[in-house]
Ligand binder design. Structure first.
Ligand code: ATP
Length: 263
């Protein structure tokens, strides 16, 4: 469904993405992991056309996105929920949600989709007439997601959708994404720092380091001691979930570099 081929992105002299290639199949959930500054946000923003690439190609449903504007990329079915709480203040929750449908090709069914979103996020219906800025941080994150869903994306890119949320709300968001994936076959790529959640909720995990997609595969192939040492410079103690087989990190320790004294 989505193919990224040899993507290179620079911010001035900083080479933020280095020959990144990856493939995401329709209906998959993919977790993007990696240390701060590894290039995860840059990758999502380049796929959604918000950042200009130096070279490489993004192919969506067989069509190159290289000459397609960010606006038209949304129309093709790629929608990003950016990092942080991106809401329009001064507008109600309801108006924020309608903004999500602004770029949509087919305007039919907007009412029904709004009802669907209210069903998925009852708090948004309860607060529909309130100014979006009066919502709590977690509620604003839900609103940003609801607004993205109003665009009816075929693929949803989420940058750290669980940051700032308590554990119950984190699970709520992740389960909601899983329901959406199962019910609507929406393909999902999410940047996530919690390795256990990355493993549990995704079909595939991509581990990034210093601008490269170093590891791609099932959670049990990427979330392993050796790979985590490479990605984060940590030692992780990993066990397997008995029922489902996904890896669970039990404990972590920083890798201590011992300097060998010169003779
Ligand atoms: P984090 O987990 O901290 O959000 P990330 O993996 O999403 O990090 P990016 O934000 O994609 O990483 O950053 C990749 C590299 O590009 C980093 O070295 C970062 O400092 C650099 N970078 C990101 N945005 C800019 C910018 N606007 N100008 C210059 N350099 C940038």
């Amino acid at each position: 469904m989505l193919k990224v081929e040899k993507l290179n992105v620079h911010y001035g002299v900083i080479h933020a993405l280095k020959d990144v290639s990856m493939e995401v199949k329709e209906g998959e959930i993919v977790s993007l992991i990696g240390a701060n500054g590894a290039g995860k946000t840059t990758l999502l923003q380049t796929i959604s056309g918000l950042l200009k690439k130096t070279s490489g190609e993004v192919v969506f449903l067989g069509k190159s996105m290289n000459k397609v504007s960010a606006k038209n990329i949304v129309k093709e079915g790629i929608t990003q929920v950016p990092e942080g709480r991106h809401i329009f203040s001064g507008m109600s929750v309801y108006e924020n949600l309608l903004m999500g449908a602004y770029l949509r090709k087919d305007k039919d069914g907007i009412k029904a989709d709004l009802q669907d979103i209210y069903q998925r996020f009852p708090i948004l219906e309860k607060r529909s007439s309130q100014d979006a800025s009066t919502l709590s941080g977690g509620e604003q994150q839900m609103l940003a997601m609801g607004r993205a869903l109003m665009a009816r994306p075929k693929i949803l890119l989420l940058d750290e959708p669980t940051t700032y949320l308590d554990i119950a709300h984190q699970l709520e968001i992740l389960e909601l994404l899983r329901d959406l994936n199962r019910e609507e076959q929406t393909t999902i790529i999410l940047v996530i720092h919690d390795l256990n959640q990355a493993a549990k909720f995704a079909d595939h995990v991509i581990g990034m380091k210093q601008g490269r997609a170093l590891y791609c595969g099932k959670a049990q192939e990427v979330i392993r001691e050796q790979q985590l040492l490479q990605l984060y410079d940590i030692h992780a103690k990993i066990v397997q979930d008995e029922e489902h087989g996904y890896p669970i990190c039990m404990d972590y320790a920083l890798h201590k570099h011992t300097d060998i004294p010169e003779h």
